[in-house]
Ligand binder design. Structure first.
Ligand code: CP3
Length: 351
């Protein structure tokens, strides 16, 4: 039984997100656009830097469509980054070749007060234009997914200033002075809700929140910084757009997911590759649509390893409301031929 009584749309991804079990599960891949594709590398080589790509609608739209043209996924995901929100708030963000993102760290309430939420919509206007261009270019069966980082995960980069730190600085601030850290999380809840609402108004049909670093938090802090924060965003987004489908991706919190799904009201949970499949069928899939969770390393390796792991996921989860995806993003060293074989495998699977 679909959970929603709104009119069923023709797009398979949106049907699955509404709780329908389809004979052939729809699929897309996190980080499906990007460095493993030579056609992305070609555009990237011509651009000033990664941020310039994100803020140039014609290029960003083209990059979003590249994997869909090659592999015929059921969705295109907006080409952008979760760190565009701190950039729009006025924090200094740079993507350094070979190093990843580098931000001027924010570590006090005074620094939070210097951020300027007023500039958000204006600064992110090019991204919303990308969404409009994409929606015009997609056919009647391919869905358009917008996205943002969840507040905790974005805060880890804003406070630590880079990845690879285990979010040490953000963890310490959140643990030592939660009311002070809450000023940053509250600002991000507001900014993220407005940004996602604007993406939907511009044509995104579903949105995904990325909470990649949720698994770093102990139970009670997870409840506050991840569950409660996302619940507030979903509530605000639904006030503007009651029918929009919301997917949440979290890493490293498997047994917390059923309560998280119930409390946040998301339509789908995207599970990482460590989440046990049989447990998922019992504990999670009866409550929400499940998305996931092939190990990205298996797609780098390819061949029988990839086929065996993908088939097991489809056999166990494929009958419920399900969207095939990876457990994390496509790795840059992934051979595009392996992705093509994976796409064929998912399309030809039958229960
Ligand atoms: O999925 C897609 O195809 C859409 C675009 C997208 C990007 N980043 C493009 C990107 C999405 C959805 C993201 C999400 C994102 N960004 C997350 C959450 C998901 C995850 O992977 O955990 C996070 C934590 C970020 C922050 C970020 N952006 C990091 C840590 C890095 C450097 C590491 C890396 O993978 O390069 C980026 C850069 C980035 N974002 C690239 C792309 C295509 C590579 C930029 C380049 O061309 O050099």
């Amino acid at each position: 039984m679909p959970r929603s009584n709104t009119e069923t749309t023709a797009k398979p991804l949106l049907r699955a997100l509404r709780g329908e079990a389809l004979t052939r599960p729809p699929f897309w891949l996190m980080r499906q656009a990007g460095r493993y594709l030579p056609e992305y590398q070609a555009i990237r080589a011509e651009a000033k830097d990664f941020l310039a790509l994100c803020y140039t609608p014609s290029l960003a739209a083209e990059i979003s469509l590249q994997p869909v043209r090659r592999f015929h996924m059921d969705a295109a995901i907006l080409f952008a980054d979760i760190l565009l929100v701190p950039d729009a708030l006025g924090q200094n963000v740079a993507f350094i070749e070979g190093e990843g993102p580098v931000l001027e760290p924010i570590n006090s309430e005074a620094a939070v007060a210097h951020l300027d939420p007023e500039r958000l919509e204006e600064h992110l206007a090019p991204v919303l234009e990308t969404v409009r261009q994409l929606r015009r270019q997609l056919d009647g069966t391919t869905a358009l997914i917008g996205f943002a980082g969840a507040p905790w995960t974005v805060a880890t980069y804003m406070v630590d200033g880079r990845g690879g730190t285990g979010a040490a600085a953000a963890r310490k601030w959140a643990c030592a002075a939660p009311e002070s850290f809450a000023t940053l999380i509250d600002l991000l809840i507001d900014a993220t809700a407005r940004y996602l609402s604007a993406q939907v108004a511009s044509g995104a049909e579903a949105v995904q929140l990325f909470d990649t670093w949720a698994g770093l938090l102990p139970e009670q802090e997870f409840a506050r910084w991840c569950t409660d924060a996302t619940a507030q965003i979903v509530h605000r987004l639904r006030a503007d757009h009651p029918d929009v489908a919301v997917i949440a991706y979290l890493r490293g919190v498997s047994t917390c997911l059923p309560a998280y799904a119930a409390r946040t009201g998301v339509d789908a949970i995207s599970i990482d590759s460590t989440v046990p499949l049989e447990w998922t069928v019992e504990a999670l899939q009866p409550k929400v649509t499940v998305q996931g969770n092939l190990d990205p390393v298996a797609v780098v390796v390819g061949g029988e390893v990839m086929r065996q792991q993908a088939t097991r996921i489809l056999d166990v989860l494929g009958r419920g409301p399900f969207v095939f995806n990876l457990g994390h993003g496509v790795l840059p060293e992934t051979p595009p031929d392996h992705v093509a074989e994976l796409a064929d495998l998912v399309r030809s699977w039958g229960p």
